[in-house]
Unconditional design. Structure first.
Lengths: 341, 231
């Protein structure tokens, strides 16, 4: 079946192309309904990735966070009309030790494969996660980003030692907010501190036990473990500040993406015996865990709705540009495209 | 009940010459078009109307490309004109599935394989609500009206002009009733089924089409279509 794909061909320019979905191949055909814009999409859209990366990746359909509706499933796994979350990671092999999102052979939509800005997306049945009808679809649109936090939190739980009196989340953007919300739900007995640069953004973390401006942290404040959700040029400052305030043998979970190598105070990492681990993306199990948490902790969805920014209906390519331009000028919040293509 | 009605008639001498049977990528254009309708669960059946002499070969094509679920695709013969083809479809529906006042037909050119899910969905939704739907895009070129083909009679205001595409969606019962009221002469002149409704004072709802919902009419169109495919 001919399928319209809206591909970025150059910074700020989308064009139409068509692929051919094989309806007999045993894939689930999903019609995207709510798509969420991520920083990674913006880096392609604005052309801020290195020129050789842009040349290699484009043309490509953007967006790896999205919800859709099943329109056709020859496998009989789903019913037409089912609301589903689409998993952007596409594993090409199975490994007993390494998670699917770390296998170098895996493909990832809107990075090494066309993303969700399409009329339909054809997915293997295990790349499709059913969503309860009670969950707000606008929030569910960015479940992929949420599942990255859940993935990091699950890894934290298996890596970090058991003294967990106080943990710190560095960052006051979307990723920090989501990580903090889920930390609260998954580790309710642990004190949660959030460290950021904008007081008005920090005020959104109403469920935390304390919030601090990074310029005004009490010198004797310490945390047992920390999550770095900053990324970009501020990564270095954030990581080194964590190293200063973390207790010996603490665990630092890195989630912020930086285009450049980040110098860190390894002397103190050694002296304190710290563990630093990185997390990126997520796999099917993380999506299932996330959806299960939506169900068991319905208040989570309410908290997540606080970071929904602009909602823009998409009927034309001009609407797509409008959504990305709106997203550039936001201070916090996720821009959601209500996809009607 | 709602039916997809694919208009695949043709005057060509052979199937090879007919655009709907030309290959686009790995499949004939007609198969691509049917697939766009096939995934719409609300369509009870998809009728494909083609010349009687090509029915057997078309059936073989359906069996090849739709090994699963081919029972949803039903073939029957087309008529001498576009409207006669639609009438054959209505008669076929009446004979095999019954026809009532709410029976809706979503008619579509077999050579418009790029029609989108949204366009079909809106045709069904607005068809059920309003009874008659036409699919259009705003006119991009200035249209010039000339009575004699030599001089301009007038230049209509472009902002209110649209170009017709398909699908066109009708309550089948009403369409047949209006069509049968026409004289033979009117039938030859009224090539567009929506116009029959307009001339009878019926409201026709507009669904926004897509510029890429092109009709593959000339070899050039096929080349354009191929150039848009991701290999």
């Amino acid at each position: 079946m001919l399928n319209t794909v809206y591909r970025l061909v150059a910074p700020r320019r989308f064009e139409v192309a068509f692929n051919d979905i094989d309806l007999q191949k045993g894939q689930v055909v999903v019609r995207p309904t709510y798509l969420s814009i991520c920083h990674a999409d913006q880096r392609y859209y604005q052309g801020t990735r290195p020129i050789e990366v842009m040349k290699q990746k484009l043309p490509m359909a953007l967006i790896h966070e999205g919800l859709g509706e099943v329109v056709y499933d020859a496998t009989g796994t789903f019913q037409s009309g089912d609301s589903v979350i689409m998993i952007p990671n596409i594993p090409k092999e199975k490994d007993a030790v390494i998670a699917e999102n770390y296998l170098r052979s895996s493909k990832f939509r809107a990075s090494s494969y066309d993303g969700f800005m399409q009329e339909h997306v054809a997915l293997e049945p295990d790349r499709v996660i059913p969503l309860d009808s009670s969950v707000d679809k606008v929030v569910a649109a960015f479940t992929e980003l949420v599942s990255v936090s859940v993935h990091a939190l699950c890894r934290f739980d298996s890596i970090a030692h058991q003294r967990r009196n106080v943990i710190g989340v560095w960052g006051d953007g979307n990723l920090a907010y989501i990580t903090a919300v889920f930390f609260r739900a998954m580790f309710p007995a642990v004190s949660l501190y959030v460290f950021g640069v904008h007081q008005e953004k920090l005020s959104q973390f109403s469920f935390a036990d304390g919030t601090f401006l990074v310029t005004d942290i009490p010198p004797d404040l310490s945390v047992d473990h920390a999550f770095e959700c900053v990324g970009g040029e501020a990564s270095q400052r954030a990581i080194n500040q964590i190293i200063d305030h973390i207790c010996p043998e603490g665990t630092i979970s890195l989630l912020g993406v930086s285009e450049y190598p980040v110098p860190i105070n390894t002397r103190m990492v050694l002296e304190k015996g710290l563990r630093i681990f990185g997390s990126s993306r997520s796999g099917r199990d993380d999506f299932l865990k996330t959806v299960s948490l939506y169900r068991s902790h319905p208040e989570i969805v309410g908290y997540l709705s606080n970071i929904v920014g602009a909602q823009i209906e998409i009927r034309t390519i001009a609407d797509m540009n409008r959504a990305f331009e709106t997203d550039i000028h936001k201070s916090i919040g996720k821009t959601i495209m209500i996809w009607n293509k | 009940m709602v039916f997809g009605v694919i208009l695949a008639g043709g005057n060509e001498q052979s199937m090879e010459e007919a655009k709907q049977y030309k290959m686009l990528g790995s499949k004939p254009v007609l198969v691509h078009t049917i697939e766009k309708f096939y995934i719409h669960e609300k369509l009870k059946k998809i009728l494909v109307l083609c010349p009687e002499r090509w029915l057997d070969d078309t059936q073989k094509i359906m069996e090849r490309y739709f090994p699963v679920g081919k029972e949803r695709i039903v073939l029957t013969k087309s008529g001498d004109t576009r409207n006669e083809t639609i009438m054959n479809g209505v008669a076929f529906i009446e004979e095999h599935y019954g026809l009532d006042e709410d029976t809706l037909i979503v008619t579509h050119d077999s050579v418009r394989p790029f029609v989108s899910y949204r366009i079909i969905e809106e045709n069904i939704a607005y068809g059920l609500k309003y009874g008659v739907v036409d699919t259009v895009v705003p006119a991009s070129d200035t249209l010039v009206y000339s009575e004699d083909g030599t001089e301009i009679t007038s230049v209509p205001k472009r902002s209110v002009m649209y170009q017709g595409q398909t699908p066109q969606t009708f309550r089948a019962h009403k369409l047949r009733e209006l069509y049968q009221r026409l004289s033979d002469k009117e039938k030859t002149v009224l090539t567009d089924a929506c116009k029959i409704f307009v001339l009878n004072g019926e409201k026709v709802y507009l669904v926004e089409g897509e510029i890429f919902n092109i009709k593959i009419t000339y070899p050039y169109d096929l080349k354009v279509a191929e150039s848009l495919m991701i290999l």
